[in-house]
Design a protein around this ligand. Structure first.
Ligand SMILES: NC(=O)c1ccc[n+]([C@@H]2O[C@H](COP(=O)([O-])OP(=O)(O)OC[C@H]3O[C@@H](n4cnc5c(N)ncnc54)[C@H](O)[C@@H]3O)[C@@H](O)[C@H]2O)c1
Ligand SMILES: O=c1ccn([C@@H]2O[C@H](COP(=O)(O)OP(=O)(O)O[C@H]3O[C@H](CO)[C@@H](O)[C@H](O)[C@H]3O)[C@@H](O)[C@H]2O)c(=O)[nH]1
Length: 439
């Protein structure tokens, strides 16, 4: 049975969720406080780059299953189920999550709720948030307890957001009643019919599944990057080491790619918020290892800058550096806490003449780092460069032709901070090739 669904907050998570809810048959109203974003979405345009998203948005705006608004009153009148997908960034002066936007959703929506409905939190929040929001919802909604809350964290990866939403590894339903559980089961039926497992649990466990999943993923990346540090000191090859580890099924090869480390709008801020919350709960010792995970990750950025400087004969002044990649990962235009831009910015501060190229993230990069140089193509960025630095492993960069590019640069030297290029191919073409953690 199709539901009338609202999706509040139409960023990376919400815009995808709204389009996918329409795709599985529901009638969807997306809600955002950003009127420009709402207008773009209503015209079928994605406000950011995500493979396949724009086509899905356009399809369901055109068939009338998907609309957008800035009005909470309209949302409350429309929805049987309201998904809350607003941001939970890191606070400005600390590690904790800023939950003001998830609070604002309840404050703005609840007073308009005049009929029974389910409000479903999807944002990543500190454990204990859902209970607090549930109390506030009952207090503010004219229908009182007939407006229920559930917590249904989201595990999508940018670049694979649609696939991850329509065919997730699992669904987690944090609920307080059989009725909420039944609503979520019915709503997600087209997804679970394809075999997706569902874990039904309480609010705090649902919240913690999300933060612990991201903590585990960050730990796995920092583990291999710690091995890269040791490999560098011991003359070993972290690429081969990771390959060999990955054949052990207990370890597995996913999230074991060494390089400049993790960034983005999720892993860095989520492990910090997790530590902050553990501190508030008096169990900070349980998560002190995440401090090390964070430090290893940040040290990779520093090591990349050092390796680049070594390759520039010890100084950046008077050197042109071509930076390939600005997004925090390929197939995304997201530059939030991007290792690529962090490294590029640091090299510029140390005197380097830096030119950046990214296939999709140029606009966002320019907004965050307006003083860096930007090029219109990889060849353009490489003109007269003393060093090429690969920081985001876009397919376009893997396919570059080192033979042809040799004549474009001033000195054929490349630092591959994602281990994405074929060293033999680049060396054969006359380049000095260096990668993190590899001889
Ligand atoms: N980005 C991801 O891949 C991803 C994946 C899983 C979970 N999450 C979690 O989902 C949440 C959202 O992340 P995001 O990356 O989509 O954030 P985002 O910053 O891209 O989007 C947030 C959106 O909410 C809107 N908004 C802010 N206040 C609002 C309000 N009061 N009412 C309506 N709209 C409002 C903003 O205008 C913006 O469009 C976070 O908790 C994040 O940790 C993100
Ligand atoms: O082996 C690896 C895998 C990833 N990364 C880096 O880690 C970061 C995060 O990558 P990824 O996790 O693929 O992207 P996100 O879109 O940030 O997704 C994470 O964060 C989301 C928001 O919480 C969760 O929903 C996802 O499950 C979780 O993977 C990026 O900078 C990657 O370059 C590595 O360095 N090595």
């Amino acid at each position: 049975m199709p539901f009338r669904v609202t999706v509040i907050g139409t960023g990376y998570l919400g815009a995808t969720h709204a389009a996918c809810m329409a795709e599985i048959g529901h009638e969807v109203l997306g809600v955002d406080v950003d009127a420009e974003r709402v207008a773009a979405l209503q015209a079928g345009r994605a406000p950011f780059y995500e493979p396949g998203l724009e086509a899905l948005l356009a399809k369901h705006v055109a068939d009338g299953r998907l609309r957008f608004t800035t009005s909470y009153e309209e949302a409350a009148a429309f929805g049987d189920v309201h998904f809350s997908c607003v941001g939970t960034p890191q606070v400005e002066n600390g590690y904790a999550a800023d939950v003001r936007y998830v609070d604002a959703v309840i404050e703005q929506l609840a007073p308009h709720l005049k009929r029974p409905c389910l409000v479903v939190g999807k944002s990543t929040v500190p454990v204990g948030t859902a209970s607090r929001l549930a109390d506030r919802l009952t207090e503010l909604a004219p229908v009182g307890e007939l407006a229920e809350l559930a917590w249904n964290p989201e595990f999508l990866r940018e670049g694979f957001a649609i696939e991850d939403t329509l065919s997730p590894d699992r669904l987690v339903f944090g609920v307080r009643s059989d009725a909420s559980r039944a609503t979520l089961e019915e709503l997600y039926r087209p997804v679970t019919d394809k075999g997706t497992p569902v874990v039904v649990t309480d609010f705090p466990t649902a919240e913690l599944v999300k933060t612990s999943a991201n903590a585990f993923l960050a730990t796995k990346i920092s583990f291999i990057n710690a091995m890269a540090e040791v490999c560098e000191a011991g003359g070993a090859d972290v690429g081969k080491l990771a390959e060999a580890l990955s054949h052990d099924e207990r370890i597995g090869g996913r999230f074991l790619r060494p390089g400049v480390g993790f960034g983005g709008g999720c892993l860095p801020k989520d492990i910090r918020a997790f530590m902050a919350r553990a501190g508030e709960l008096g169990v900070d010792q349980a998560l002190t290892f995440l401090r090390e995970v964070d430090s290893i990750n940040m040290r990779r950025r520093t090591r990349t800058v050092e390796l680049a400087r070594e390759q520039c004969d010890g100084q950046f002044l008077g050197r042109r550096i071509a930076v390939l990649g600005a997004a925090f990962k390929p197939d995304s235009d997201d530059v939030r806490d991007s290792p690529a831009l962090n490294v590029a910015g640091r090299i510029q501060l140390m005197g380097g003449d830096v030119t950046v190229y990214d296939p999709k993230a140029m606009d966002n990069a320019r907004k965050s780092f307006p003083t860096l140089g930007y090029a219109l193509s990889p060849e353009d960025a490489l003109q007269g460069a003393h060093l090429v630095l690969l920081l985001t492993e876009w397919e376009e960069f893997r396919n570059l032709n080192p033979e042809r590019l040799r004549d474009v640069v001033a000195v054929p030297r490349v630092v591959d901070a994602r281990g994405a290029l074929d060293p033999a191919q680049w060396r054969r073409a006359g380049w000095t090739y260096r990668a993190l953690g590899r001889p």
